[in-house]
Ligand binder design. Structure first.
Ligand code: AP5
Length: 225
């Protein structure tokens, strides 16, 4: 956990898409708090059942349990030197918890990368999002539709829409997160760790900026993986 990068942004800003690309391109280990929730929900665990109530209302799940679930998962992973965390922290207590966890492992938060996108674009992206339930590939009906409507090009599975992607809920989610997450962005900004990226641009361009930040940040490191 020597070099930790945090990916921030409002729902639909492209965190999952970009983290997936980093993992594919550089083999970087990537952990998404939202994906962990979805795994819990799918397996119908006690935590998953509880989380569903909040997620289906477009709200954040309670801090204490979320932090415990996330850090327990992190602790069980064979963590590589360089890895990317997406969707955590989202509150100041979560920020304090992840910092302590990483410090205890002799690691550092190298950069907190913020993907900046306008609200109307976020609503469009989320309403067009479709995900493959098998391989997890993210499509978009407006921007990157699969060749065959609603079918994954990689494994032929029927694409799914997330239950929290309904337009009315999306606007509520955006508002909630703007209010609760802004202090976290500010927290990392005052530590000179926050880098804002214009994520209204095509995926490739955003991706190239993120790669540049990672390589600049790691340039002084020897033997990172
Ligand atoms: P989570 O899964 O983290 O959802 P989120 O933050 O709402 O973010 P999204 O996954 O919706 O969007 P994204 O930024 O990953 O965008 P994507 O790459 O898919 O969390 C789900 C829920 O769990 C939360 O609502 C909350 O309840 C709970 N939760 C999670 N973490 C928590 C925490 N720490 N504490 C408490 N609760 C927590 O892209 C979106 C679409 O746009 C895709 O279709 C994609 O193809 C397209 N796209 C991406 N980039 C571009 C581009 N540049 N141009 C055009 N289209 C693009």
């Amino acid at each position: 956990m020597k070099n930790t990068f945090l990916l921030f942004g409002l729902p639909g800003s492209g965190k999952g898409t970009q983290a997936q690309r980093l993992a594919e391109k550089f083999g970087l280990q990537h952990i998404s708090c939202g994906d962990l929730f979805r795994l819990h929900i799918k397996s119908n665990s006690e935590f998953g059942q509880k989380a569903t109530t909040y997620i289906s209302r477009g709200e954040l799940t309670p801090d204490k349990e979320t932090t415990m679930m996330f850090l327990e998962h992190l602790a069980q992973q064979a963590l590589s030197n360089t890895f990317v965390i997406e969707g955590f922290p989202r509150t100041l207590p979560q920020a304090a918890a992840i910092e302590s966890f990483i410090t205890a492992k002799d690691g550092y938060i190298k950069q907190a990368i913020f993907l900046d996108v306008e609200v109307e674009e976020l609503v469009k992206r989320i309403s067009g999002r479709r995900i493959c339930p098998i391989c997890g590939h993210i499509y978009n009906l407006y921007y990157f539709p699969p060749q065959q409507l609603e079918i994954c090009e990689i494994d032929g599975a029927l694409l799914e829409r997330r239950t929290d992607d309904k337009e009315q809920l999306v606007r509520h989610r955006l508002h909630t997160y703007l209010v609760t997450e802004s202090p976290v962005w500010e927290y990392f900004r005052t530590k000179s760790l926050l880098t804002k990226i214009d994520a209204m641009r095509p995926i490739e361009e955003v991706s190239s900026d993120i790669c540049q930040i990672l390589s600049d940040s790691l340039a002084s490191e020897v033997g990172y993986d």
